[in-house]
Design a protein. Structure first.
Length: 272
């Protein structure tokens, strides 16, 4: 955890598993006079411990993170003890409406400097008004709409081997998707979209769980929200800021997170 000390004022916690995302928020916070303490956490578990211990005045909380996501953090800390939250999310417009309906502010990646300033202005007003019952009710309502998924069924004895097919309930039926037909998997809210040719069924499961079902010799996570079948990768192209883009055989382009580059290189047994 990185910590920056300045004069007394707002104590802000930034929670995101992407270093570049944390840097962006920290840079904008540095331009805010009332913010005098900025702490960073790269994961949900670390964030829960920090919030309960330090009681920050404001939290920028990423929604999608491995292990504990933003909603898990909210659950573990508890609504009554949770500081004012600004969600940072890559959700699409439809998902964002859920936040708006609960009067909780959010930053949709990528966000502009002006959008960030508008968000902080809301935080200022909330701080001036104090923490009221209405805010607590909004947080509780949000959690009710995003219930924790039930635990995945245990595998049979000796069942640590990868699965051969994934069952998806759709239209009153159960669709069996052979793993060998999977091109890539994408986290979308409380679901995982299984891209298999022209089919894109949605499975109510976490990407972490789906990744555990797959053969690590054939599938690799290239982004916190994307797992790719290595056999479908056609090439890797350089991207801005010395990054990389994974290009699949069908032309699909997926960003490779800097923190996932080593895993891809290890699986390909080549450096790039």
């Amino acid at each position: 955890m990185v910590e920056t000390h300045r004069r007394e004022g707002w104590r802000v916690l930034v929670v995101d598993d992407e270093p570049l995302a944390r840097d962006s928020v920290r840079h904008l916070l540095a331009q805010t006079p009332e913010v005098t303490d900025v702490h960073e956490c790269h994961g949900g578990r670390e964030a829960v411990d920090h919030i309960l211990r330090e009681r920050p005045d404001l939290v920028f909380l990423d929604v999608q993170m491995p292990e504990l996501d933003g909603f898990d953090v909210l659950r573990e800390v508890g609504v009554e003890r949770m500081p004012p939250v600004i969600f940072v999310t890559a959700f699409d417009t439809y998902a964002v409406r859920a936040f708006e309906a609960n009067a909780l502010d959010y930053l949709l990646k990528p966000f502009s400097d002006q959008r960030f300033r508008d968000t902080l202005e809301r935080a200022r007003k909330q701080r001036a008004q104090g923490r009221d019952q209405k805010l607590l009710e909004h947080l509780s309502s949000l959690l009710e709409q995003h219930q924790a998924p039930p635990p995945a069924p245990a595998r049979p004895a000796g069942g640590n081997s990868p699965v051969e097919r994934i069952a998806v309930k759709t239209g009153g039926k159960v669709l069996l998707i052979p793993v060998e037909e999977l091109d890539w998997c994408e986290a979308e809210g409380n679901y995982v979209v299984l891209h298999a040719g022209t089919r894109k069924p949605m499975l109510r499961e976490t990407l972490n769980q789906v990744e555990q079902w797959l053969d690590p010799r054939r599938f690799v996570r290239v982004h916190r929200s994307v797992v790719v079948n290595v056999e479908r990768i056609r090439e890797l192209e350089p991207d801005v800021d010395k990054g990389w883009v994974v290009v699949l055989r069908d032309g699909t382009r997926l960003r490779l997170s800097p923190g996932r580059k080593a895993a891809v290189e290890a699986l390909l047994r080549q450096s790039f």
